[in-house]
Design a protein around this ligand. Structure first.
Ligand SMILES: *Cc1c(COP(=O)(O)O)cnc(C)c1O
Length: 449
């Protein structure tokens, strides 16, 4: 224990002076000589045994309003005010004119794409480095998700790879502000304008993130959010669509409520459009109103810790933290990502590095894989529906063009920390840095283990 403390102090003094640029990282990196404790994975003491902040958090303030609502029996949005209240508050927080709450982020995306005209047989440009729901919503509308490549440094869609993938059937672009890192939106919007495409932002990991001072979700035609349990604004399940076009958001409302007229569509007949039931419940809205009070402060803590962690980690050979796109004014870190480059780390496989890091008491994962090779694409393309909707030659070309070298590489190299780790103190971040540096210094031991 004492030995650990000493080495940690020495380590901090060795790394805290490294304030400058990204050049000559190898030369700049000075291992702390004292850090000789055995790796936890080979039986040594872990750097950390303390627990990390838990997620989600429950606040007693919601218990009375929740109980009161449950006792009335008015549980669904149509019999109370809570969901509409949340929509108003969320729109205000996001700086958007309109908001519709939904059952989930997935149903928010489906609603937005459908209302903006994505139909059977259309094509949608999608980022491949994302939660699987971004693919699924396109498939559920019987459209074709066409993947552009990922920029390996920013981990977001690479706009340069969009144009070659457009066809006369392309209807929409679905940029994903993945991990809370905003997409380079200007070139995306420019392509959309030039080719008359709609833009639906998947901001399901990007509450309060900003590009050029504009909140993610307010930049495209419609923006979609998730309030699932793991998200920064959790309610078990839940989602939202925001947008400045009232007619569009009212149509989203109709679509999510069995096709009933709403707002600007009042006066239409009782069921004027194909639709579904994607409604949020009152209980979710009550929980969200309470969670929302913490979002800004939590976001600031994550931001500060992420910046600190990046500054420290970028000096360790083989560790390449995310870069932000030019124009990003705020990233919100649903996850903290870096690339682990095996060749710069004594050729130790990522899996072994992850195991060693976990053993040191730092939870981590490898993030998204190349999901487009997991079977769902072929399952869809071989279905009767897709065989009818797309020509044989189109599907053949689609398969041939499923070449995503940057994304494949990112999937092989990425390492993530979940957002709750970033809610800790600066000393908690030092534990992470310390653990990685310890592994680096004793990489030959790890290599042999
Ligand atoms: C969580 C998430 C979704 C889906 O949200 P659900 O509420 O789980 O349906 C969509 N896209 C991304 C990027 C997500 O992280």
């Amino acid at each position: 224990m004492k030995k650990n403390q000493i080495s940690r102090r020495r380590f901090l003094s060795a790394t805290s002076t490294t304030a400058v640029a990204a050049s000559g990282l190898l030369a700049r990196f000075k291992p702390a000589a004292a850090m000789t404790g055995k790796l936890a994975i080979t039986g040594g003491a872990p750097v950390r045994t303390k627990k990390w902040p838990i997620w989600p958090n429950w606040y007693a303030e919601v218990e009375n309003p929740l109980l009161a609502m449950f006792r009335t029996g008015n549980w669904f949005r149509g019999s109370g005010e809570h969901v509409a209240e949340f929509e108003k508050a969320y729109a205000a927080m996001m700086g958007s004119r309109n908001c519709l709450a939904t059952a989930s982020g997935t149903t928010a995306l489906m609603t937005a794409l459908h209302v903006l005209g994505v139909d059977a047989g259309d094509e949608v440009i999608v980022s491949p480095y994302t939660f699987i729901a971004s693919y699924n919503v396109v498939f559920l509308l019987k459209a074709l998700p066409v993947f552009c490549d990922t920029d390996i440094d920013t981990m977001t869609m690479d706009p340069k790879t969009i144009a070659p993938r457009l066809t006369e059937r392309t209807r929409a672009i679905l940029p994903v502000h993945i991990l809370g890192l905003p997409v380079d939106m200007d070139p995306v919007l420019e392509i959309a304008r030039r080719h008359n495409l709609v833009v639906v932002e998947d901001a399901c990991q990007a509450w309060l993130a900003e590009y050029k001072q504009k909140k993610c979700g307010t930049i495209g035609d419609l923006g979609c959010f998730s309030f699932q349990n793991s998200k920064h604004l959790p309610a078990g399940e839940g989602g939202a669509i925001i947008g400045n076009n009232e007619i569009m958001v009212d149509r989203c409302h109709s679509f999510h409520n069995c096709g009933r007229p709403f707002g600007t569509s009042k006066g239409d007949s009782a069921y004027y459009m194909r639709a579904s039931n994607f409604r949020m419940q009152q209980s979710q809205a009550i929980i969200l109103m309470s969670q929302m009070k913490r979002l800004e402060k939590d976001t600031q803590i994550r931001e500060q810790n992420a910046r600190y962690l990046k500054e420290k980690l970028q000096h360790i050979p083989g560790i390449h933290p995310y870069k932000l796109n030019d124009g990003v004014t705020r990233a919100v870190f649903h996850l903290f990502p870096f690339r682990y480059v095996q060749q710069e780390f004594d050729d130790i496989p990522r899996e072994k590095f992850l195991q060693a890091l976990q053993a040191e008491g730092v939870p981590c994962s490898s993030g998204y894989g190349p999901q487009y090779r997991d079977g769902l694409i072929e399952e869809a393309l071989n279905s009767r529906g897709y065989q009818r909707l797309f020509s044989k030659s189109r599907l053949k070309r689609y398969r041939e063009e499923l070449v995503l070298p940057q994304n494949d590489r990112l999937c092989r190299e990425s390492v993530w920390f979940t957002q709750n780790l970033l809610l800790g103190s600066q000393a908690d971040m030092d534990d992470i840095v310390h653990a990685i540096q310890k592994i680096y210094e004793q990489r030959s031991e790890l290599s042999r283990s």
